[in-house]
Design a protein around this ligand. Structure first.
Ligand SMILES: Cc1cn([C@H]2C[C@H](O)[C@@H](COP(=O)(O)OP(=O)(O)O[C@H]3O[C@@H](C)C(=O)[C@@H](O)[C@H]3O)O2)c(=O)[nH]c1=O
Length: 185
């Protein structure tokens, strides 16, 4: 597995090996020992799968507040998307900064987003599916959102985004009261 650090310490880009043969390929998308060797020790509690019918669908930026914070291991099951993590830990030297990567079925890339980061994505193709593992189960009471268009993210959209009502109403970074604080190392 190829592993790359990103500009946000803790957020990692991973490319598992695809063992190709005449039938297609086989790939390990989670292997506790291999990921631990890459610095990711996580116990996952929930797997998610969503379909976005249209390109330029934006979902995010989302998080669950402590004590129900979630780390997320994200990949694209079909189509292509631009996946983003934003550091929302108050006091972090990287607070409000973002990284984004193109994840597609074709490139097989995965993004690890630890707790303390908001997550969102924009779809590049109709019928795009995202698949991700989370380190805690869904808790609507801890569900939170930050304005998708308030962090200077270049989403690479080709038109107006398709958004949920929740995401349209999410506060901008300037008005955002983050439930996360940075633990200085
Ligand atoms: C997130 C979630 C939603 N739901 C329900 C609530 C609602 O009726 C429906 C759609 O929920 P949402 O609009 O929040 O779905 P969505 O906008 O896709 O939310 C997701 O966005 C990405 C970016 C993330 O990082 C995820 O953690 C999650 O927040 O699904 C669950 O049952 N379990 C879950 O874990």
């Amino acid at each position: 597995m190829h592993v790359e650090d990103t500009a946000l310490p803790g957020v990692k880009l991973l490319i598992p090996v695809r063992h190709g043969d005449a039938r297609g390929f086989f790939s390990e998308t989670w292997n506790r020992d291999r990921f631990a060797a890459a610095g990711i020790t996580a116990e996952f509690a929930q797997d998610n799968h969503s379909l976005s019918a249209q390109a330029d669908t934006v979902r995010g930026l989302h998080f669950q507040a402590p004590p129900r914070a979630q780390g997320k291991l994200v990949r694209c099951g079909r189509g292509a998307l631009f996946d983003v993590a934003v550091d929302i830990r108050r006091g972090s030297p990287y607070y409000g900064q973002w990284v984004g990567y193109e994840l597609s079925f074709d490139n097989g890339r995965m993004l690890w987003i630890p707790p303390g980061f908001a997550h969102g994505f924009a779809t590049r193709e109709p019928g795009t599916e995202i698949v991700y593992k989370c380190t805690d189960t869904y808790s609507p009471a801890h569900d939170g959102a930050l304005g998708w268009d308030s962090c200077g993210i270049d989403w690479g959209l080709t038109g107006d985004p398709i958004l949920s009502d929740k995401d349209r109403a999410a506060p901008p970074l300037a008005d955002f009261d983050s439930p996360f604080t940075w633990d200085a190392p």
